[in-house]
Design a binder for this molecule. Structure first.
Ligand SMILES: Cc1cc2nc3c(=O)[nH]c(=O)nc-3n(C[C@H](O)[C@H](O)[C@H](O)COP(=O)(O)O)c2cc1C
Length: 181
């Protein structure tokens, strides 16, 4: 399958997940293109409809994906809307699948503060007629100096070092499984 692996990562946590997605999908003999969205590249143009399968992920910032990937999604939404590819009732496109995921710290309300981010990202693909076959939530420690204490004092307990080796093994197993769907 032709796979797009697109992500935003401000402090490197989501990048670790994205790298495992890419390595695993390649080992499974898929054709994978991995693109990291940054502040500088949020206006990049990607032909989303040319892929069979999309993984899209981001760190969570104030309950939503990072601003650069939000901007990218807005650009894509308007591009496809103007082309008439976003249709009322969002009919499904056969063989187009998407997996959305995030890494999050959840210090205040746990996974609840990450759910809007994943739902937000899913909507672009749902509007385009992709079938969303999974939503994944991975824990990611707070890597800014100011917020370091959040990695030990919140609802998630001690999340230092996450995503860790076990988390990354979990990602690899999930990718192998989901690509069989
Ligand atoms: C400035 C800042 C704000 C954050 N805000 C949230 C938040 O609102 N909710 C949450 O669950 N995690 C929050 N986090 C934790 C990040 O989502 C988590 O560390 C994530 O793994 C970062 O991913 P990235 O390095 O790929 O961007 C925040 C982290 C930082 C540094």
């Amino acid at each position: 399958m032709k796979i797009l692996n697109i992500y935003y990562s401000a402090t490197g946590n989501t990048e670790k997940i994205a790298n495992v997605i890419s390595e695993t999908a390649k080992k499974e003999e898929h054709e994978v293109e991995t693109i990291r969205i940054t502040k500088e590249s949020s206006d990049i143009d990607i032909e989303l409809l040319s892929y069979d399968f999309v993984f899209a992920g981001s760190g969570v910032y104030q309950w939503l994906p990072g601003k650069p990937i939000q901007e990218f999604f807005t650009k894509m939404l308007w591009k496809y809307f103007e082309k008439g590819e976003i249709k009322p009732a969002a009919p499904r496109r056969s063989n187009k699948k998407a997996v959305l995921y995030c890494t999050y710290g959840g210090v205040h309300t746990g996974i609840n503060e990450a759910i809007p981010a994943v739902k937000y990202m899913g909507q672009l693909f749902d509007h385009l007629g992709f079938t969303i076959i999974a939503e994944w939530y991975f824990v990611g420690e707070y890597r800014s100096k100011k917020l370091t204490p959040f990695s030990t004092i919140g609802r998630m307990g001690n999340i230092k070092g996450r995503p860790n080796e076990n988390d990354l093994k979990d990602v690899s197993e999930r990718v192998k499984g989901i690509l069989k769907v």
